[in-house]
Design a protein around this ligand. Structure first.
Ligand SMILES: Cc1cc2nc3c(=O)[nH]c(=O)nc-3n(C[C@H](O)[C@H](O)[C@H](O)COP(=O)(O)OP(=O)(O)OC[C@H]3O[C@@H](n4cnc5c(N)ncnc54)[C@H](O)[C@@H]3O)c2cc1C
Length: 291
């Protein structure tokens, strides 16, 4: 199917992009890699009068360490994460998880920021960013604001981003101590969206948990931050009992539906098992990091 007709602009500066959006935001759509937007246009689920391609904006394809954060620019593609030696050192959870996303063709074009902005409840980056307590930096003609990813997702494919805003960067806070992460995904075949996936990140203080992040994929109307499970871990040693209780709580926070990928009860149990496995793996990895 062909998309409905639309105007196309490809600004070469952020200022130009923001000017266009200020004027036309009611009927415009930003495009980064186009890997989610173009299928939506072709299916005519989205029919903007104008597509603003941000792919030519300068200085947005960098992964940088800066002031206690790693900054992922709006044009950093999945494949850039796959190849980043810096991320492998600083946020290994991202490099582990990226191999689970789509296929090499999509990973060559699609962006991390675009994926988060797309807000697909089956998207992998959303739950990873929830586990990592990331923030988005959004820019418009009226200024800049920082939006925690926790609270950004309002519903399926719906976020708190305004139509005149462009997300320029995702900022991930760097742990000060020993930290480790893990991503577990169940998919029907290679390259598929998740039946269920779970991201886990823990930072340790000695043998105790300083902070824990748990994000759930494909088990609700949005990616879910399993806050009760996270809180149950704070200040505790990761014994089998503590892990089992956190996994049980995370399963209660999941809100899956029966569908062709499985029943709701089955998916909740997969959440429980993946949180258990994820916490054990993340704990082991954190302990390997030199204090
Ligand atoms: C066959 C296939 C399989 C896939 N499998 C998976 C999978 O297993 N897991 C997974 O997580 N994803 C999967 N995806 C989705 C893929 O990861 C997309 O790349 C990603 O969702 C969107 O990134 P993009 O840069 O292409 O965004 P685009 O398609 O360009 O944009 C997506 C949305 O985000 C908005 N947007 C993009 N960038 C910005 C910005 N900087 N500021 C404001 N708004 C912005 C756009 O307006 C649009 O609404 C798959 C896609 C395909 C086609």
């Amino acid at each position: 199917m062909f998309p409905a007709a639309f105007d196309y602009r490809a600004p070469t500066t952020l200022g130009e992009a923001l000017d266009i959006l200020k004027e036309r935001c009611d009927d415009a759509k930003v495009m980064a890699g186009g890997q989610s937007l173009i299928p939506l246009l072709k299916l005519r689920f989205s029919q903007p009068a104008l597509v603003v391609d941000i792919g030519r904006l300068p200085d947005m394809a960098d992964i940088k360490r800066d002031d206690g954060h790693v900054r992922i620019g709006a044009l950093v593609r999945h494949v850039d994460v796959e190849r980043s030696k810096e991320l492998a050192k600083l946020v290994p959870l991202m490099v582990e998880a990226v191999h689970w996303i789509a296929d090499p063709l999509v990973r060559n074009r699609g962006t991390v920021v675009g994926s988060v902005c797309h807000a697909d409840p089956s998207g992998d980056w959303g739950s990873i960013m929830l586990a990592l307590n990331a923030e988005l930096v959004a820019q418009s003609k009226s200024g800049q604001r920082v939006i925690p990813v926790d609270g950004f997702f309002e519903g399926p494919f719906t976020t708190s981003l305004r139509p005149d805003e462009v997300v320029t960067v995702i900022r991930i806070p760097l742990p000060s101590g020993q930290a480790g992460g893990s991503y577990h995904k169940l998919e029907r075949k290679v390259g598929d969206f998740a039946t269920v996936a779970v991201s886990v990140q823990v930072e340790l203080d000695g043998r105790k948990v300083k902070t824990a992040g748990i994000g759930l994929t494909s088990v609700g109307a949005t990616n879910i931050k399993a806050k009760k499970a996270e809180q149950s871990l704070s200040g505790r040693e990761l014994t089998d009992d503590v892990i089992a209780e956190a996994a049980r709580l995370a399963a209660t926070e999941a809100e899956p539906k029966d569908d062709i990928r499985g029943t709701a009860a089955y998916k909740k149990d997969v959440v429980r098992v993946f949180v258990q496995r994820g916490l054990k793996a993340a704990f082991a990895r954190a302990q390997e990091v030199k204090a």
